[in-house]
Design a protein around this ligand. Structure first.
Ligand SMILES: NC(=O)c1ccc[n+]([C@@H]2O[C@H](COP(=O)([O-])OP(=O)(O)OC[C@H]3O[C@@H](n4cnc5c(N)ncnc54)[C@H](O)[C@@H]3O)[C@@H](O)[C@H]2O)c1
Length: 249
């Protein structure tokens, strides 16, 4: 129960890896704020956590919108107390050739995937528990290191998050806030429905040094480590949880 009673807000926690870390942290005693643009999915995750004896609160909102993010964070502070950590996980994934990228898609992806990180950090600073060490955990990706075709918008966002993580480690470290990133891959979630088939995931596994795809629980365990006191001197790191993709995949 490393996170007993700690309020931790998670963006995009209505499914996929966000749901995975929400369930995991609740299992270790955290009071999780499950925030998602899809309010119904946020409630479903909270219902499942409570059914397992965990503590969680659901919030619907477009977290790319600063006012909505602050509304969610303020409500969570009211429901659970001053925040101990924020996890910036929300994302919209679209793979397409560079000439197909429209202004609408680019705005939606930047808003969900990058602006929400800025608002998450600002809201955390506004509503955090200043008497305790703070934690910000950002979800980047192996694509931040590699030029994978047809991922222009997504890679730009994930590389931006990698850069911002380092900036904030320096900017917020002196205030007792650790800022780290995680680079998961390749983990089948609803995000890739329509872009990556089950067969393609199987083929992908053959190129990964550990010869399998990841699971939400693989990622959640590593994320929980970075948030825990076991990582007390880790700041500004990008932890690959990818079976070796970045190194040799
Ligand atoms: N799955 C992988 O293999 C993988 C690999 C590398 C990085 N990641 C990163 O991990 C994170 C989670 O990925 P996933 O596969 O679970 O994605 P996902 O698409 O399954 O989940 C993203 C969640 O964010 C929510 N969301 C989207 N826009 C939002 C907004 N404006 N406001 C609030 N919520 C919003 C969605 O409703 C969804 O529940 C993402 O940041 C992704 O880039 C995942």
């Amino acid at each position: 129960m490393r996170f007993a009673g700690q309020p931790i807000l998670i963006s995009g926690a209505g499914r996929g890896l966000g749901e995975g870390i929400a369930r995991h942290l609740a299992g270790e005693g955290a009071v999780v704020g499950v925030a998602d643009i899809n309010q119904a999915s946020a409630h479903a995750v909270v219902d499942a956590i409570r059914a397992n004896g965990g503590q969680a609160h659901a919030y619907g909102g477009d977290l790319g919108n600063r006012a909505e993010y602050f509304g969610v964070a303020e409500a969570f502070r009211y429901d659970a107390g001053p925040l101990r950590a924020v996890i910036n996980n929300a994302s919209v994934l679209v793979y397409e050739p560079i000439e197909a990228v429209t202004e609408e898609t680019l705005d939606r992806m930047l808003s969900a995937g990058l602006k929400s990180v800025f608002w998450g950090v600002q809201a955390f600073l506004a509503f955090r528990d200043e008497s305790a060490t703070g934690n910000i955990l950002n979800y980047s990706s192996p694509v931040a290191y590699r030029g994978r075709p047809n991922t222009g918008a997504y890679t730009t966002i994930k590389a931006g998050i990698a850069g911002l993580t380092k900036v904030l480690a320096g900017e917020l470290g002196p205030r007792g806030i650790r800022v780290n990133a995680i680079a998961p891959g390749s983990v089948p979630t609803p995000a890739t429905e329509g872009f990556v088939t089950a067969e393609q995931y199987e083929q992908r596994a053959k190129t990964i040094p550990l010869r399998r795809n990841g699971t939400p629980e693989d990622v959640a365990k590593a994320a929980a480590f970075l948030l825990s006191d076991e990582a007390a001197f880790i700041n500004g790191a990008m932890l690959a949880v990818d079976g070796g993709i970045i190194a040799a995949g």
